[in-house]
Every structure is written in structure tokens, then in C-alpha cells.
Design a protein around this ligand. Structure first.
Ligand code: ZN
Length: 179
């Protein structure tokens, strides 16, 4: 199980940026500290604001510069402080990855020049109540993505977006047969 924890600054930044972007999708990269096995504290994130209402195209050059600066600030300790993965918003639909998002992240982690053997995708949105909602998934080469836990340093500042619900109908017939 992986856990991705947002610090207060990232929660504030995401809420501010999501509110300003309105119906447009925005995104960027996550810079994190590994605090335990499978546990990552997101310390900072980059923001690219040129998405449309239905898609977001990442600009790798922009984000590379951000991660280089992060390494600089944290004294080049990539085992502990590193690029964790990507984030983007779904203002108009569920804050869980689309089939295209899953495919894109999987190909990113499979890339030959990709130094990370593990990447996270964070999808976020503002709920109707103004709260931050989202989901995290972990990706590894040659493996199925797994959903992780999304939390924040400030309790209750982020809510898990529910996965689509599968309804199981218990029919009256089954009840009758059990008698
Ligand atoms: Zn998406």
C-alpha cells in the first residue's frame, strides 16, 4: 500500500490554482520526500496552467527545471527527495484517472530514459463544498497500477474521491429461495 501525503502548502496551492483555473484542466509534477517505505510527503508541486476544459498536455521541459531546482534546494539527496510523479485536475468529472490517464502514466514509467521505477499520478478537483478531492495511483514498469491512500498533514483537508460504485442487487427471488 502506498500513501501520498500533501503538506499544508500544497493543499493551499492546489485549492488556489483549481479555483483560478475554473473549468480548465491544469497539472504539473510532484516533488516529494520519502518518509517511510511506501510513504511520500509531497513538499512542492509545479503548476502548468495552459490546459483546456477536457485535456491537459504536459510540458516536460518546464517540469524538468522545477525538479532540478528541487534537487538543488534539498542538497541532491535523490534517495530521499525526488520527483514522485504527475498531477492534473478533472474539474468536470470524477477525480480518478481516465483510461487515457492510465495508459499515459504506464508508458511514462516504461520509458527507457525514465530514471524512476515508480511513479505516482494524483488527480484532483474542488468539490461543490470547496474541499479538495482526489485520488492517487502508483505505477511500475510491467505491473498493473495500484490505488494508494491520499491524505494531508492537516487532517480532513483532502477527501478521497470515491471509485465508481458497483451495485450488487439482491433480488427478492434469492430471498425466497433461502427460506
Ligand atoms: Zn485526466
Amino acid at each position: 500500500m502506498i500513501e501520498v501525503v500533501l503538506n499544508s502548502r500544497c493543499v493551499r496551492k492546489l485549492k488556489r490554482e483549481l479555483a483560478a483555473a475554473g473549468p480548465r484542466e491544469i497539472g504539473g509534477v510532484l516533488a516529494a520526500e520519502q518518509t517511510a517505505d511506501g510513504r511520500f510527503l509531497v513538499l512542492d508541486l509545479s503548476v502548468q496552467r495552459d490546459g483546456t476544459t477536457s485535456s491537459f498536455q504536459r510540458d516536460p521541459a518546464q517540469h524538468r527545471a522545477f525538479i532540478e531546482e528541487f534537487h538543488e534546494k534539498r542538497g541532491h539527496q535523490p534517495q530521499r527527495f525526488n520527483y514522485l510523479g504527475e498531477w492534473h485536475s478533472h474539474p468536470s468529472f470524477s477525480a480518478t484517472p481516465s483510461p487515457e490517464d492510465f495508459a499515459q502514466m504506464q508508458s511514462l514509467v516504461e520509458e527507457d530514459d525514465q530514471k524512476s521505477t515508480f511513479l505516482v499520478l494524483l488527480v484532483v478537483k474542488l468539490g461543490l463544498d470547496g474541499k479538495l478531492r482526489g485520488s492517487v495511483h502508483g505505477f511500475r514498469p510491467g505491473q498493473q497500477p495500484v490505488r494508494g491512500r491520499l491524505t494531508s498533514v492537516d487532517e480532513g483537508a483532502v477527501e478521497e474521491e470515491q471509485a465508481p460504485v458497483i451495485l450488487i442487487l439482491i433480488t427478492a427471488k434469492e430471498d425466497h429461495e433461502a427460506d
